[in-house]
Design a protein around this ligand. Structure first.
Ligand SMILES: C[S@@+](CC[C@H](N)C(=O)[O-])C[C@H]1O[C@@H](n2cnc3c(N)ncnc32)[C@H](O)[C@@H]1O
Length: 280
């Protein structure tokens, strides 16, 4: 599929998922998001960009840390995600937080406009994650830091069968490189290729708990990146994919619920404090 068309599908997938996203993923993603914020060590007054911000789970915590003297901007390709995030920021009274619809591979901000750039669980969905990291570096001031999290190795993510199960019925284009960044030193190498220095990488093992089969299915089929593909299936096909997915996570069943293993990789890098002249 052409990248532009793929991006359009991705955008509508996440528009569909926006309504269910926090219900099914807020708790599950918290360990990775907390680690990002811990590694960034935000200070009052700092300017923060949060790429692929979703409903603003990281952006809003960052807004609390940088305070009124600081500024946080969350950007996302999905209009519905950005609208939800802006609404939550308004409810929380965070006038220092704003949200814009924007492609992570083409950031519309000036060079050196931010102290910190984040991307939490977003890079796996991009056709060119390296381009996004280069853009993150460009908009950081010298000495600024970037922190990103991705899902880890496929074999450590018990929910991974969802992609082939949906792909067997309708092409989604989500899966081919999804776990590439989380395997080995993939993400750290991308930071290196993106021009970052002082790179630190950490891996977290986690468990995604869902209290019922319905919740486990809704998380992946309604609250995630295959939401549009799933919505386009007819009723019998929806039951089939749900049944196949539950079979794939059967070994993680605990009573009525599921405790599914997962893994996150979180990497931090710094833009050089002094810009060196390019070597020939
Ligand atoms: C798993 S959610 C993560 C949201 C948020 N960062 C969090 O930690 O909760 C992935 C997000 O990536 C966004 N996304 C996907 N492709 C994108 C792109 N090319 N540019 C910007 N955002 C994108 C989706 O719209 C979605 O909100």
């Amino acid at each position: 599929m052409q990248p532009r068309l793929q991006k359009k599908f991705r955008r509508y997938d996440w528009d569909r998922a926006a309504e269910y996203y926090q219900k099914y993923w807020q708790k599950q993603l918290k360990p990775a998001q907390d680690k990002i914020l811990q590694m960034a060590n935000l200070r009052p007054g700092e300017r923060v960009l949060d790429l692929a911000c979703g409903t603003g789970l990281v952006t809003l915590q960052a807004a609390a840390s940088v305070g009124r003297r600081g500024r946080t901007v969350g950007t996302d390709i999905s209009e519905m995600m950005v609208q939800k995030a802006a609404h939550l920021a308004e409810q929380a009274g965070y006038t220092q937080a704003s949200f814009l619809r924007m492609d992570a591979e083409k950031i519309c901000f000036n060079d050196a406009a931010f102290d910190v750039a984040f991307c939490a669980l977003g890079l796996m969905y991009l056709a060119d994650p390296l381009q996004a990291l280069r853009e993150m570096r460009r908009v950081l001031r010298p000495g600024g830091r970037a922190v990103a999290a991705v899902w880890g190795q496929r074999s450590k993510c018990g929910w991974a069968e969802v992609f082939p199960i949906v792909d067997a019925r309708i092409k989604t284009d989500v899966s081919p490189l999804f776990f590439q960044l989380g395997t080995g030193d993939g993400l750290a190498l991308h930071f290196h290729m993106g021009g970052f220095e002082e790179i630190e990488s950490t891996r977290i093992a986690t468990r995604l708990f869902y209290p019922s089969a319905e919740a486990a299915c809704a998380a992946v089929f309604q609250g995630g990146p295959v939401a549009l593909a799933h919505a386009n299936l007819d009723e019998p096909a929806r039951s089939q994919v749900c049944k196949a997915y539950l079979e794939s996570i059967e070994s993680f069943r605990e009573g009525d619920g599921y405790r599914i293993p997962g893994e996150f990789v979180i990497v931090k890098g710094r833009k050089a404090r002094q810009i060196r002249p390019a070597s020939n």
